[in-house]
Design a protein around this ligand. Structure first.
Ligand code: G3P
Length: 217
């Protein structure tokens, strides 16, 4: 399973990248706005900086909702850097645009996916990635990871090439369960990635080793 970081914060991207386990980055308008990025030029410059930091796919989301608008924006985003993946919402015009991008060799990430039916449509349109939002599904008392399992099963059965990118990750257990469910990619906040490191027996064991090491010097 590939690890992407779900943020537009450069310090967090750098910290995750320095671990050596980062395969890509996803952003969305909420995450970009949080960093104070405003205006077409600043947006493009920020994506370029991220692409120069991380050697892997960087999802840049369109802001428009019409076919023409999405295609125009997507072409401009894709021109920023070869690693840009155009992130498109799961709406009727979005599906049409994803098919257009597929036919023109532009990579896409179909976002705001909450059902297996939506994931089938994204795959039919040739999306490179599909992003089911598992944390937001959990928020409504359904099981987001069950949706990942279902989509992985459908894609394997049907031979769809779209990669299942588990999004809206809220904790380290989500990452573990997505790996079990066969997700191709997990896009996570830095805190969830770092949470994977934690185990009290590791801390206790290391403390003992450090104490005993002193006796060896
Ligand atoms: O980038 C999409 C997704 O990961 C958003 O997560 O935490 O806002 O539901 P969240």
């Amino acid at each position: 399973m590939k690890f992407f970081i779900d943020t537009a914060n450069l310090a967090q991207i750098q910290e995750a990248n320095d671990l050596g386990i980062l395969d890509g980055v996803t952003t969305n308008p909420t995450l970009m706005a949080k960093e104070g990025i405003k205006g077409t030029e600043a947006i493009a410059a920020h994506y370029k900086t991220i692409c120069e930091m991380v050697d892997g796919p960087v999802s840049a989301e369109v802001l428009g909702t019409t076919f023409e608008g999405i295609v125009e924006e997507g072409k401009n985003l894709a021109a920023i850097h070869p690693n840009i993946v155009v992130k498109v919402p799961m709406i009727k015009d979005g599906i049409k645009a994803i098919k257009w991008f597929t036919d023109h060799g532009i990579k896409t990430n179909c976002t705001l996916v909450f059902s297996a039916g939506q994931a089938i449509l994204a795959a039919k349109a040739g999306a490179t990635f599909v992003s089911p939002f598992i944390g937001r599904i959990d928020d409504g008392s359904w099981d987001g990871v069950q949706l990942i399992e279902q989509i992985v099963n459908i894609y394997n059965t049907q031979g769809y090439m779209t990669e299942v990118l588990a999004a809206s990750i809220r904790n380290p257990l989500h990452i573990v369960r997505c790996a079990e469910a066969g997700a191709d990619v997990c896009t996570c906040p830095l805190s969830s990635i770092l949470g994977l490191l934690k185990h009290p027996l590791t801390d206790i064991g290391l403390q003992q080793f450090l104490t005993d090491a002193k006796a060896m010097q």
